[in-house]
Design a protein around this ligand. Sequence first.
Ligand code: PLP
Length: 400
Amino acid sequence: MDLLSHSLAKVKPSPTLAVTAKAAELRAQGRDVIGLGAGEPDFDTPDPIKEAAIAAIRAGDTKYTKADGTPALKAAVIDKFKRENGLDYKPDQIIVSCGGKHVIINALMATLNPGDEVLIPRPYWVSYPDMVLIAGGTPRFIDSSLETGFKITPESLEAAITPQTKWLIFNSPSNPSGAAYSRAELKALAAVLLRHPDVLVLSDDMYEHIVYDGFEFTTMAEVEPALYERVLTMNGVSKAYAMTGWRIGYAGGPTRIVKTMAKLQSQTTSNPCSISQAAAVAALNGPQDFIAKRARAFQERRDLVVRLLNEAEGISCPLPDGAFYVYPSIAGLIGKSTPDGKRIETDLDFSTYLLEQESVAAVHGEAFGLSPHFRVSYATSSDILREACTRIQRACASLR
Ligand code: PLP
């Protein structure tokens, strides 16, 4: 009898967490490593949110809650969807889970049967394909490129849909490219989906609030109300409120799907941490002005990083509309050799060279399904970013 599960054999550990771990390991050996791999804001959770958590502990909110979220947090989520997205949900259409990641795996496990396909635009957030595999489905990819602004088109979506398509996982602004879809672009994709009534949409809106240059965020169920019945709108407090460690994500969507997700959650994790839920209520109901202020800080860093990376030989870096990542192309470096004679054939070769030569940790594009690129997270200080880009420029200039 095999020791390990066959269904997990094809699943890879998260490469972004692996890069962060590798950077920490080198740092522990005394190397001056700059980590550009982390997908979390460097800002702290705002004080009023922390205070709400402390008050919750003092008030004895330290027991099990309803498995799919406290009534107070569900009410705050319902208000948020109404206020920010114009979406109406009832409490049995809402689930609160242990982070956005948990919402997504719940949704896939609640719905996928063997043979079901899940469409994932490339480049994708690293966890989507593996979560589909864990849930017993088959990931299928829709390609984009730097030339299409890392966006899929109505034509590429139409061509990818088959009778087996169960979900489209849609992420705007995108991790890793930062690409964000306008209302008109969403409307054009929605027109395709309207022709395929069996396809569900998982709208991953985690980066909703991190958008630049006045970009107006919209989400699929809002843009096309005719899709409301088959869109699961997913979001969370991790990125907007700098609450990655608190592990609260949530979604609104079709009652049957949400109830099945809640059933699964009741038999697996039970409720998300009661204290984190109290903190999330304070986040969603409290003052929101710091979010835009932080987005402006991210925008300055984006501008800095894009400018400095474009000054590096062989790198081409587009200007993204949102999230806190850039996804430059290194096509101009492929085929060159490092000072000690190693040829750069893949983006993994390049990120390995960056780490070894200049102690800069960034994630190679293959991990996100589109090469030759690498992802830089600019959720760190401008001084560190300036130093990192200087090192990247030096690494590129040393290639022959
Ligand atoms: N979706 C995207 C696109 C993300 O980048 C992330 C986190 O990196 C998540 C979902 C998951 O967020 P959480 O930390 O709340 O699980």
